[in-house]
Design a protein around this ligand. Structure first.
Ligand code: RTP
Ligand code: MG
Length: 158
């Protein structure tokens, strides 16, 4: 059987350039609070090409990589550490399918359906696993995890 969902867990999220540019950030903060997420840390920044390529390094051989890096460097983003019970899985569920068109068809209440643009400009990012959450939080909030998470067991869980 699956392990029980953690009572409090951290995940990493990005409000991507399309959603910031469209002025959707406040509506997204309202929706995530309503869904039970707390913002544990946040920053606004514009990614350099080097940062975007490093952050999305796992996709460097994908056909959409160039579009993705161009998009992610196109304007300001908001980077967030979110906490909630079972945050990693719950946040992926709340944001919905990667492709905004599919999100609108299959999960119209999801945040990508509500705030995304297309298959690349999809408003939001969410860590896909505990190891991704740890890597991504450390990528943007250097040292934060060491001050806020216990060293033992699952690093992304407190
Ligand atoms: P994310 O990592 O941003 O949370 O999104 P995800 O897991 O749902 O999707 P992933 O496969 O990791 O893809 C990363 C991001 O690349 C862009 N993408 N474009 N066919 C395309 O044009 C395409 N496919 C993916 C999206 O911005 C996606 O979120
Ligand atoms: Mg992903």
């Amino acid at each position: 059987a699956d392990a029980p969902a953690p009572d409090k867990e951290y995940t990493f999220a990005i409000i991507k350039p399309d959603a910031v540019e469209a002025g959707h950030a406040d509506a997204i903060f309202a929706k995530l609070a309503e869904a039970g997420f707390r913002v544990a840390a946040q920053n606004e920044m514009t990614l350099s090409r080097e940062q975007a390529e490093a952050f999305y390094g796992e996709h460097k051989d994908k056909p959409f990589f160039e579009n993705l890096v161009t998009f992610m460097t196109s304007g300001p983003i908001k980077v967030l550490v979110l906490s909630a019970p079972d945050a990693i899985k719950a946040w992926r569920e709340l944001i919905g399918p990667t492709n905004t068109e599919i999100a609108r068809a299959d999960k119209p209440e999801s945040l990508r359906a509500l705030f995304g643009t297309d298959q690349t400009a999809n408003a939001l990012h969410g860590s896909d696993s505990s190891s991704s959450a740890m890597r991504e939080i450390n990528f943007f909030f250097d040292g934060w995890a060491y001050d806020n998470m216990p060293a033992e067991t699952n690093f992304a869980v407190i």
